[in-house]
Design a protein around this ligand. Structure first.
Ligand code: FAD
Length: 355
């Protein structure tokens, strides 16, 4: 069976980002890499959005970028600016195409559908397939989004809506999220933060239809694309192995309070590339411990008091948007952390330390 110096298990966001980062920095000119990916074909299946707090390799895959956003709870809307850190939306279809076209030029990279096709005994492995232990108490962010095209101009494409809590909550945390790509085109997503087992929240089509037709009051439109997914708001199992590093969701790159993962994956790939020659000896790359601690408390509050979360998110954004964005993107300093913490209901959070 064939052997390779390096193996990436899973050619999704993290696997391909890593292969691309290594390839463009010429780390594979005299080393071999196998990418294991079972999917038959690559097509657009996700829209990755985030505040651009650092440069990344995929500006040419950005579908749209915004410098203004809003957040609302019933009866109240807050309009905010994000000029310093624009919010970007990446089209996964463009991302897969760009990377696969580039990697195909490198003869040292091979693709396989199943790990059983090669011998990995002597390889260094980057694994992006998470091992998730199902637990009925675990929290998930689960969602469904549709891209719609309206017959008439409807959207203001200069401002996106990050969270609209003016919708039924069903004793959970629920909001809609709208990214207007143009006056007639937008992604509308229904998002739940809850225990995944609860199938009573999965009538996504009905939720989206009601929101578009009754809340936004759009009558004539077509659905042109649909995506559905779930992000674990807990860290998957990460067994320490000598010749293996987990990447992506499997590697703990999700910010648990928000589900944001894309930019953390890019930071991790850069870290691996910078330490590539000594990769089996470097310590594990993690999201800063202070965010792990704060997110843990945040999720305890969310679990115990879902009814308070819409106001908590709304009030968080009353701090300067720049501070909140830095906080949510792992870039805040201690003073900025304190200004966010002071916006939280103190007793609720202090009590959460002891749940
Ligand atoms: C629909 C959706 C939207 C998201 N939107 C955002 C967002 O807006 N912003 C953000 O920051 N994050 C977002 N996320 C979270 C996160 O960025 C994505 O999940 C991202 O794709 C994670 O990258 P990954 O490589 O860990 O996993 P994936 O991209 O899922 O890649 C894993 C790969 O492993 C392959 N695979 C599965 N089983 C095996 C196996 N046995 N052997 C080999 N390969 C296997 C899969 O086919 C897949 O290609 C979103 C997630 C989803 C699901």
């Amino acid at each position: 069976m064939k052997e390779f110096d390096y193996v990436i298990i899973g050619g999704g966001c993290a696997g391909l980002s890593l292969a691309y980062e290594l390839d463009i920095h010429k780390k594979l000119s005299d080393k071999t890499l196998a990418i294991i990916e079972p999917r038959q074909e690559y097509k657009k299946d996700k829209t990755w959005s985030f505040w651009k707090v650092t440069p990344h390799n995929f500006d040419d895959c950005v579908k749209k970028s915004w410098e203004n956003f809003s957040i609302n709870v019933p009866g109240k809307t807050n309009y905010l600016e994000c000029k310093n850190y624009p919010y970007q939306s990446i089209d996964s279809g463009l991302f897969y195409k760009k990377i696969n076209n580039k990697l195909r030029e490198n003869k040292n990279i091979s693709y396989f559908k199943d790990i059983k096709e090669i011998n990995i005994k002597n390889s260094f492995v980057f694994n992006s397939v998470p091992e998730i232990k199902k637990n009925h108490l675990s929290l998930w962010q689960h969602f469904c989004g549709v891209e719609i095209e309206t017959h008439n101009n409807f959207f203001d494409e200069e401002i996106f809506n990050l969270m609209d809590f003016d919708c039924e909550q069903r004793e959970s945390v629920h909001f809609f999220y709208t990214l207007p790509y143009s006056k007639r085109k937008a992604l509308v997503e229904t998002t739940w933060l809850s225990k995944m087992n609860d199938n009573s929240q999965k009538d996504y089509d009905e939720q989206i239809k009601n929101y578009i037709e009754k809340h936004l009051k759009i009558k004539n439109y077509e659905i042109t694309y649909k995506e559905e997914g779930a992000i674990p708001l807990f860290y998957p199992l990460y067994e320490k192995k000598k010749n293996q590093i987990n990447i992506g969701t499997a590697g703990g790159m999700t910010r648990l309070s928000t589900g944001y993962t894309f930019l953390n994956i890019q930071h991790h790939c850069k870290f691996i590339r910078e330490n590539f020659e000594n990769i089996s000896n470097v310590s594990r790359f993690e999201i800063n411990k202070k965010y792990q601690f704060l997110d843990d408390i945040f999720l305890r509050v969310l679990n115990k008091h879902p009814e308070k979360m819409s106001d908590i998110f709304f009030n968080m954004f009353k701090t300067s948007p720049k501070t909140v964005i830095k906080f949510l993107s792992n870039k805040s300093n201690y003073l900025e952390d304190v200004s966010i913490i002071l916006r939280m209901p103190k007793w609720t959070f202090i009590k959460a330390l002891f749940y």
